[in-house]
Write a protein that binds this ligand. Structure first.
Ligand code: ADE
Length: 253
C-alpha cells in the first residue's frame, strides 16, 4: 500500500512513521509512506500557502493553486485516491477503513488554518474523511489515525491476523477484558476460567464478556451486529439477567 501525505508540517510524522507496527511496516516495505511538504509546491519564493478569506472574518484560508499543483504532481506516477481530512467528511469507522484499504494508493490532504479553498475539494478531492465530531487544528493527526488503521489491514503488518479479525467492531462487539500476570492485583483476581486450560470454556467466557461489555457500554452496536445464533442466545440470557425481573433482579429480592 502506498500513502502519500501532503502537509505544511512534515516533521510531525517522523517518530510516528519510525515506531511500533507502522514503523516496522514502513521499514519492511509493506507500507510505503511519502510525506510531502506543501510549501515545496508554492509558487513564490516566500513559499506562501495561505491568504485572507473572501467575505472577511477571522483566520486564513489555504490557497487553491498551490494545492492543485501539489495534488497533480503527486498523481503523476499513478492516480491515487485523494482524501481530504476534514470535520465535514464521512466519519471514519471500521467498515470505512477496510473500504479505503482496498484502494491501495492514497493521497491524504492535511489542511490547516480555517481550511482549504473550496475549489480544491471540487476539483481534485475524491472523498472527505473525518475522524470524529470535534475540531482539530489540522489534518495531520487524522492522517496518522487513518494511516495506522490502514496499516493494520496490510497483510503481514499485524503478526497475528486472528487478533485483527477478533478486534472490537470487526465482530460487531466490543473487546472482552484481557489479563496477564500476576494472578492477583490489589485483591482483584483473574477470572478462574482463564487459568483452567479449558479452551471451550474460555471461548464461552470471552463471548459472554464481550456481549456484556457491549450491552453495558455501546448497546446500539448490538442492533447492527451480525451475531451467530449461539451469541444471540447468550445475549438474550444477559438481557434477561439484567432486567428488573431477571435473575440478577430476583436474586436481590
Ligand atoms: N481536521 C480537523 N478536524 C478534523 C477531524 N475531526 N477529522 C478529520 N480532519 C480534521
Amino acid at each position: 500500500m502506498r500513502i502519500q501525505i501532503l502537509t505544511i508540517f512534515p516533521e510531525l510524522f517522523g517518530p510516528f512513521l519510525a515506531t511500533s507496527l507502522v514503523g516496522r511496516a514502513v521499514a519492511g516495505g509493506k507500507l510505503r509512506v511519502e510525506v510531502r511538504d506543501l510549501r515545496d509546491f508554492a509558487l513564490d519564493r516566500h513559499r506562501v500557502v495561505d491568504d485572507v478569506p473572501y467575505g472577511g472574518g477571522g483566520g486564513m484560508v489555504m490557497v487553491a493553486p498551490v494545492w492543485l499543483r501539489a495534488v497533480r504532481e503527486l498523481s503523476q506516477e499513478s492516480r491515487p485516491w485523494r482524501i481530504l481530512l476534514s470535520p465535514q467528511g464521512r466519519r471514519l469507522d471500521d467498515a470505512g477503513v477496510r473500504e479505503l484499504a482496498r484502494r491501495d494508493d492514497l493521497l491524504l490532504l492535511c489542511g490547516r488554518y480555517e481550511g482549504i479553498d473550496e475549489r480544491v475539494r471540487e476539483l481534485v478531492v475524491d472523498e472527505e474523511v473525518s475522524i470524529g465530531d470535534y475540531v482539530l487544528s489540522g489534518g495531520e493527526l487524522p492522517a496518522m489515525v487513518l494511516t495506522e488503521a490502514l496499516s493494520r489491514e496490510v497483510p503481514g503488518v499485524v503478526q497475528q491476523r486472528e487478533s485483527v479479525e477478533r478486534d472490537s467492531f470487526r465482530t460487531g462487539l466490543l473487546d472482552y477484558p484481557h489479563y496477564t500476570r500476576p494472578p492477583e492485583v490489589e485483591g482483584l483476581r483473574v477470572p478462574e476460567v482463564l487459568t483452567s486450560g479449558d479452551h471451550a470454556a474460555i471461548e464461552r467466557w470471552r463471548l459472554r464478556a464481550a456481549l456484556a461489555a457491549t450491552l453495558a457500554k455501546r448497546p446500539e452496536l448490538l442492533e447492527r451486529a451480525d451475531l451467530p445464533p449461539a451469541a444471540r442466545a447468550e445475549l438474550e440470557r444477559l438481557r434477561r439477567e439484567a432486567s428488573p425481573g431477571g435473575v440478577a433482579g430476583s436474586r436481590e429480592n
